[in-house]
Ligand binder design. Structure first.
Ligand code: FEO
Length: 179
């Protein structure tokens, strides 16, 4: 059985993961409308990935005897200055999510819920990967520069990354993943 404090903290993370999915959905829609089909493809895949992060926590909490509560969501921002601006915001958001996972981990340790702390190791590792991927995307956007040729090549690269991300999500069980 899970303690009330851990249950509350996991529910807060469920909200953040679902909100992340919607933030990236708004970004994907912006990229699709502004001539970046590859980046849109990657961001749509990222939307799916965040939903999986949310679902894993819902299943985990319910399996441990807690109650996963599906929250109301605020609308994400929809105005972006450029593709670089989009990905700077992605990085800032992922850094915020990493900090919130760390806070959730601390609650588990304080409550002596080592099972949940152990479960969260997956999220801690995932956050290292997510931040690193976005930093490398920002480096590539910088290298591509503002000219159309560079951005065209960069956008093609995004499609390759999106295909790889979808393959990896399918391999890990996608939205059906319970653990
Ligand atoms: Fe689920 Fe990108 O953090």
């Amino acid at each position: 059985m899970i303690t009330k404090n851990v249950e509350k903290a996991i529910n807060e993370q469920i909200l953040r993961e679902e909100h992340s999915s919607r933030i990236y959905l708004a970004m994907a829609s912006w990229a699709e409308r502004n001539g970046f089909p590859g980046a849109a493809n990657w961001l749509y895949a990222q939307t799916e990935e965040e939903r999986i992060h949310m679902l894993k926590l819902v299943h985990y909490l319910n399996d441990r005897g807690g109650a996963a509560v599906i929250p109301a969501l605020e609308a994400p921002g929809a105005a972006f200055k450029s593709l670089s601006d989009v990905f700077q915001q992605v990085l800032k958001h992922e850094e915020f999510i990493s900090a919130s996972i760390n806070d959730l981990y601390s609650v588990c340790i304080k409550e002596k819920d080592f099972t949940s702390a152990n479960y969260l190791q997956w999220y801690i590792t995932e956050q290292i990967e997510e931040e690193s991927t976005v930093r490398s995307i920002l480096d590539q956007i910088k290298l591509a520069g503002p000219d159309k040729g560079g951005m065209f090549m960069m956008d093609k690269e995004f499609s390759v990354m999106a295909t790889a991300k979808r393959a990896s999500l399918a391999q890990s069980g996608g939205a059906n993943a319970v653990t």
